[in-house]
Ligand binder design. Structure first.
Ligand code: DGT
Ligand code: CA
Ligand code: CA
Ligand code: ZN
Length: 660
């Protein structure tokens, strides 16, 4: 994808609370336009590609031309990974730009784009149907099931009548897998454990997976006649890392019409129920969705009720009760007179209950209600200092195409500056022991640091962004949307800084794969565990402690190594890690990639209570991924993080002073 295309496509999620991320150019940041209906979600498309890859691999076992097939199924996985990481709607992209739009997505070539086109147009892919007809299994059940790949499954289905996940679970419980193609008793147990984890995971969707779809539906509802306000509420508004179902609240004086439009969206698979003010549907991607339509005078009460959490709501009701009031989704009522005393404004509703307004991310009944007493100085201070969505000034985990990133350092810098308004980024390519990512060795790291120094010089002298922009301008001649004005008008371009850095690999014994004398030549150093996950908790904790005690290590990246719904991460003694981090002045990262969100919210809170410093990074492998910062900030807020707790809210010079 080239820069000019990217700039038009790029999408920054809009904040639900307080400050919007700084958005200067409506055109660029606008969510891709939606037609009259909501269509295929990105996850549906990527799921389909994964299913094709899975079946190809099942088939692979008997195919002679193995190399070719391996190449092919990996191409589908790569395409699916890209799609999962794109914070913009593929269907909208296709509607706006046709097959050429699809071809701009990295890792999507002719063959795959035409299959995506077929899927969008017809809801089917012939190629998949043919593959599927060869195997009588429920493909959906097995794709993405960690630990039981196509190869194992093929061995199983050739021997046993296993067709679905529950068949497999049953066979594992009965000990029937043991013995098939090298499946040990231990592996059988592991398979069973994986199935259990998978069953839990299936029910909840990753926030980042559904984010674009939710925004799309929000927009669709907003554009309806008779609709004045639309808010996506529930766990989505609270920025929970996973979402069970998605709840929409709409203000309208014509609920019938809104409900009919809602249940008739193209994206709807099934109408579960439909009343005069509520509807409940199932979407094509398996996500359930609730809609509540209220009149304006009930908006605040409904917003409060429907945002939850349930526990927070129950606590508020108790407060209401003890004051002879009654709280429900229509308003706050006086028991005696039956008069409504609040309803339209959420803030007023909190006030009438003797509380200050509480940001949605904090509404989990984890102590917020006790502190948020009306007029409480402690609360007011906390809220004034609470991390906001525009507060992150620099991104300290950014990958370039020197390793597994998709774009050059220059491009990553350019988009960080022009589209995300960041003041600095650290280039944190992987190091040599991480072979799958073609990690850098000592010399390559030093060369990269040298190159970065030169970039910084040209940023200072004012040539860096100008050259990039010129290059971009040439490509844009025929394009209607040009945002050169804004870039020219931006006085601060020369203030940008690229930090030399690395994501150094922590080895099994806690040592690093790059010596300190090299690391000390970099501006900032992050370290992370990527290998050897299955060691006992003491071993893993000691690895991290040793890394933290290393004077060259500034940050521990994604400290627990989890992938939400996929793997738990390695076991870590978190309180101990916190203590050591504090003692050694080591920063812990909040990795914003929505499948990591690591540290998670409750650990963030724990870190803050222990005075451990944190940073919020995107872990970008592509400029679009800077948008993920939103999710990391959301988790930080859920952990009650203040600006002061998050070091990359500081200007770069001050940040560097805070390092070891
Ligand atoms: P989810 O969907 O599991 O990610 O979590 P939520 O919080 O979105 O929960 P959901 O969709 O079941 O309900 C949306 C909100 O509606 C919830 O956050 C609070 C409110 N709510 C639902 N059920 C109850 C209830 O039984 N009592 C009270 N007080 N509120 C409820
Ligand atoms: Ca929900
Ligand atoms: Ca719900
Ligand atoms: Zn990493």
């Amino acid at each position: 994808m080239n820069e000019s295309d990217l700039r038009v496509l790029i999408f920054i999620p809009t904040s639900k609370n307080t400050q919007l991320p700084k958005q200067n150019d409506e055109k660029i940041n606008e969510y891709p336009r939606m037609s009259h209906n909501v269509k295929l979600a990105n996850v549906e498309i990527s799921d389909m590609l994964r299913k094709i890859s899975f079946l190809l691999e099942l088939d692979n076992e008997i195919d002679n031309n193995k190399t070719n097939l391996n190449f092919k199924n990996r191409a589908y996985i790569r395409a699916a990974d890209q799609i999962d990481n794109l914070p913009l709607s593929i269907t909208s992209l296709y509607e706006e730009r046709g097959i050429n739009g699809l071809l701009q997505i990295p890792s999507i070539g002719k063959a795959i784009s035409s299959k995506i086109e077929e899927y969008i147009k017809t809801g089917k892919i012939e190629y998949y149907e043919i593959l599927k007809s060869k195997y009588p299994i429920k493909v959906d059940d097995f794709v993405g099931l960690e630990g039981i790949g196509p190869k194992t499954l093929r061995a199983i289905i050739d021997k046993l009548p296993v067709r679905s996940l529950s068949d497999l679970e049953k066979a594992a419980r009965e000990g029937k897998l043991n013995g098939i193609s090298g499946i040990s008793k231990k592996k059988e147990e592991r398979i069973l454990k994986r199935i259990e984890l998978h069953n839990i995971g299936k029910k909840r969707h990753l926030l980042g997976d559904i984010y674009p779809l939710v925004k799309q539906i929000e927009k669709y509802l907003t554009n309806l006649e008779n609709v004045s306000i639309v808010t996506a509420v529930g766990s989505f508004r609270r920025m929970r890392e996973t979402v069970g179902d998605i709840d929409f609240l709409v203000v309208s004086d014509n609920p019938d019409k809104v409900i009919n439009s809602f249940v008739n969206m193209h994206e709807v698979k099934e109408i579960i129920s439909k009343g005069s003010t509520k509807a409940f549907i199932k979407l094509n991607n398996g996500l359930d969705s609730d809609l509540l339509v209220v009149p304006k005078e009930s908006y605040g009460a409904a917003l409060q009720y429907f945002t939850g959490s349930k526990e927070h709501g129950i606590a508020l009701r108790r407060i209401a009760q003890s004051n002879a009031l009654r709280l429900n989704e229509w308003g706050l009522f006086d028991n005696k007179s039956d008069q409504k005393i609040s309803g339209e404004s959420e803030e007023q509703l909190y006030n009438k209950l003797g509380l200050e307004w509480i940001p949605p991310e904090l509404r989990e009944n984890r102590g917020e209600i006790e502190i948020a007493k009306k007029g409480s100085k402690e609360w007011q201070e906390k809220m004034k200092g609470l991390l906001k969505y525009g507060d992150i000034k620099g991104d300290l985990q950014v990958h370039s195409n020197s390793t597994d990133g998709k774009m050059s350092i220059e491009e990553m810098a350019y988009f960080a500056r022009t589209n995300f308004d960041l003041d600095y980024i650290a280039i944190t390519d992987h190091t040599k022991s991480l072979r799958i990512a073609r990690g850098l060795d000592e010399q390559q790291l030093l060369d990269q640091a040298h190159k970065i120094q030169e970039f910084n010089d040209s940023i200072k002298s004012g040539t860096f962004f100008v050259d990039l922009n010129k290059h971009d301008e040439e490509k844009q001649v025929n394009r209607k949307t040009s945002n050169n004005e804004r870039i020219k008008g931006d006085k601060n371009l020369g203030d940008f800084r690229i930090l030399s850095s690395a994501e150094v690999n922590i080895l099994s014994d806690g040592s690093l794969d790059i010596p300190n004398n090299i690391l000390d030549k970099l501006d900032i150093v992050g370290a992370a565990i990527h290998t050897n996950f299955s060691q006992p908790i003491e071993v893993q904790t000691n690895r991290l402690i040793k890394a933290a005690q290393n004077p060259s290590v500034d940050i521990i990246f994604h400290p627990t190594g989890r992938i939400i719904n996929k793997r738990d991460g390695y076991p870590v003694d978190i309180p101990k890690l916190m203590t050591i981090a504090k003692e050694t002045n080591t920063i812990l990262e909040i990795d914003s990639h929505y499948n990591r969100l690591d540290l998670r919210d409750d650990y963030i809170r724990m870190a803050i209570q222990n005075d451990v410093k944190l940073v919020v990074d995107s872990d970008a492998h592509h400029p679009l991924h800077y948008a993920f910062l939103e999710f990391g900030i959301g988790q930080a807020r859920r952990g009650w993080a203040g600006r002061n707790d998050i070091l990359n809210t500081l200007p770069v010079s001050e940040l560097l002073k805070k390092l070891k």
